[in-house]
Design a protein around this ligand. Sequence first.
Ligand SMILES: N[C@@H](CCC(=O)N[C@@H](CS)C(=O)NCC(=O)O)C(=O)O
Length: 237
Amino acid sequence: MAEQTQPDYHLIGTHTRYSSTVKQVSHAGLVPLLQCRSLDQNIQLNDSLAICEFLAESHPDLNLWPRDRLLRALARSAAAEMHSGFLTLRNHFGTNFLAKYTGNIPVSEPARKEVERLLVIWDKARRATKSRLEELGEKDDGFLFGGFSIADAFFWPVLWRFRTYNLPLDTATPEALAWMETMWNDPIMKRLAHNYYRQAELPESRLPHYDDIFHGMDDIQYGTFPESWKFSVPGRT
Ligand SMILES: N[C@@H](CCC(=O)N[C@@H](CS)C(=O)NCC(=O)O)C(=O)O
């Protein structure tokens, strides 16, 4: 009988909301974590950036970082800035893919500054990438650094926050908005979104502290986005 081979990788933490089971499996008590059977069954890679670096090194053919040295340096810088910063947004605007808040959502000054910084990062990334790829005569797929890279993956959860909390887009340039549109319309991102909706049907994914976080504030309404929601560029008819 043919022996069933297990995949080499086991990634834990692709859910959008985490339950206390995380603490039982993760040495660090946090997700994501990656186990790589060919490396060692008992080792856990416990940090998202370390996991991405390991996968990029293990699969150079996938170009998880851009091939071009300049774009690679910029992509690393952008991903690392997301990874180590934006603490106000991360602490006060939790990720909850389906959630939709409308009304008078409080955006503190530090949160506004972080939102503006994100929009600048996306704008600059797209401008630098366009001009560099033009110089190299290479194709631009519209992601931050051309083709989809680890940098796009790092900003994906923050994109949800823009949608969930209706974060201000008034300083967004056409380049930043075009990147947002590229991400929301990408078939793989859409497949991920579809899976998040299926995850939300699981009772164990319902954690009160991720739901209706502004409970009791009468001028904020809480609901959910339909799966058919589409990103539209503000001001475009
Ligand atoms: N620096 C770590 C941070 C990991 C982290 O904070 N993970 C959160 C989710 S994004 C977590 O596991 N929280 C535990 C929980 O929600 O139970 C990384 O980027 O991997």
